[in-house]
Design a protein. Structure first.
Length: 446
């Protein structure tokens, strides 16, 4: 039954994509983030839905008569530079038999992110993308949060098999990064029942992340909460709300969870932590000896015997930073960090631009929540091998969409008025109506 449902939904969306390429962008994001096909048990499980929808989306964009342009802005430029450098490192990889499989997967992620940036042309497109990005992961947050409460936090929460988020730690990071986008949706609706619903989703996502027993998620969540509190104009109310969420999470979790979190202080005696440190030394040694790093998937047993301080203690990178360092060298790491820096600065520019304009509060709120998501990824990712995870790059898509639309001078449209660059009248009323309309694209997508 699940297989037929997924097939039916995707077929309908593929047909709609021929006329509206943005539907294809949203469908691909849904497939790559939520992985609904991985929740099935039959033909849909390994069916190439993503390849089909990406091909149809590209065809639709190329044949569309609607004017679109690719935004040559700091984020897109640095992402293209990063992809070019990673391609170059693949040509001299230390594990040539493994490198191109991973290159192909990462290239698809970046390619579809660029397609999304090209396809977005209005506020309703950006809002629709925010809904898909937030709720695709919130599904697992709600599911995992309920499971954690019912089980008393005695079992770990995992994502769907065969996906980026199958591991409990990966799912926790995904939830941490997506929660700010869910909170943005909560901020933009005036319907009380919908605001309460999004608040509940946020709490369940936090409980689910805790139920993963991920220490990295705890650190990332703490960093995000602190940033939200620092930026809030109503610090007492915000601090109280965050404290309530923290208390609710701690009330659900058992003593084993607190013992696990407390082990952060005792990393010297934790075998998992020592293994990660060994992998980090390995990555540094590879980068030190090879200007272009070792290429994708260099963290192998064979390479550990050559570069690791403890050759038999083999581990994955367990850090987005050391993953990129080992695979693409110091130059690759510098570009990766540059992408993060320019993304942050883009969010800051958007917030500054929108601040005096009440009608653009929705955009300022989204840019701020994207910044919070970047903090979650930057902190939580320090302990996970998820440097190329789709979710982070979709957050950047949201920022590029906002910059493309709101900062015409930066995007090469100096003569375009702000009113023309922002949105049509229908799109400007979408979320201000309190959730009554979530946008033409979202309704078509669902």
């Amino acid at each position: 039954m699940r297989d037929w449902l997924v097939f039916a939904i995707v077929i309908v969306l593929v047909l709609k994509t021929f006329k509206a390429p943005m539907i294809g962008v949203l469908t691909f994001a849904w497939l790559s983030l939520m992985n609904p096909h991985r929740l099935t048990y039959g033909a849909a499980y390994d069916f190439p839905f993503a390849a089909i929808i990406s091909a149809v989306t590209l065809f639709s964009l190329l044949t569309s008569k609607e004017p679109r342009r690719f935004p040559m802005v700091p984020i897109t430029i640095t992402l293209m530079l990063f992809m070019a450098w990673m391609t170059a490192t693949s040509l001299v990889a230390l594990e040539p038999d493994l490198v191109w499989t991973e290159w192909n997967r990462v290239f698809k992620t970046f390619f579809m992110a660029f397609i999304a940036m090209f396809a977005i042309k209005s506020k309703k497109d950006i809002v629709a993308m925010a809904w898909v990005v937030g709720l695709s992961l919130a599904f697992y947050g709600v599911k995992g949060g309920i499971f954690t409460i019912v089980s008393g936090g005695s079992n770990h929460v995992y994502g769907p098999d065969g996906s980026y988020i199958s591991d409990n730690n990966a799912l926790a990071l995904a939830l941490v990064v997506s929660v700010p986008i869910v909170w943005y949706l909560q901020l933009q609706t005036s319907k009380k029942w919908l605001r309460l619903g999004f608040t509940g989703v946020t709490i369940l996502c936090a409980i689910s992340a805790a139920g993963s027993y991920s220490r990295g998620a705890l650190v990332a969540g703490g960093a995000m909460f602190f940033f939200v509190w620092m930026k809030s104009k109503r610090k007492i109310v915000t601090g109280f709300s965050l404290a309530v969420i923290a208390l609710l999470v701690s009330a659900v979790m058992p003593a084993e969870w607190f013992a696990r979190m407390h082990s952060i202080d005792n990393y010297q005696t934790d075998s998992s932590s020592l293994g990660r440190i060994n992998a980090w030394h390995f990555a540094f040694n590879v980068a030190k000896d090879n200007l272009m790093g070792g290429g994708y998937d260099v963290f192998t047993h064979r390479m550990f015997f050559r570069y690791a301080p403890e050759p038999l203690n083999h581990h994955a990178a367990h850090s987005i930073y050391f993953q990129v360092l080992g695979e693409h060298g110091f130059v690759g790491l510098a570009i990766f960090l540059l992408v993060m820096i320019v993304s942050w600065r883009t969010g800051r520019r958007i917030i500054k631009f929108c601040k005096p304009k009440e009608e653009l509060k929705w955009a300022a709120d989204l840019a701020a929540m994207c910044q919070v998501s970047i903090i979650g990824f930057a902190v939580g990712g320090a302990f996970l091998t998820l440097a190329y995870y789709d979710l982070y790059y979709y957050v950047l898509v949201l920022l590029v969409g906002l910059e493309k639309m709101l900062l015409p001078a930066k995007a090469g449209r100096a003569n375009t008025s702000l009113a023309e660059a922002v949105v049509d009248a229908e799109g400007s009323r979408e979320l201000s109506a309190g959730g009554k309309h979530v946008g033409t694209r979202v309704k078509a997508f669902l």
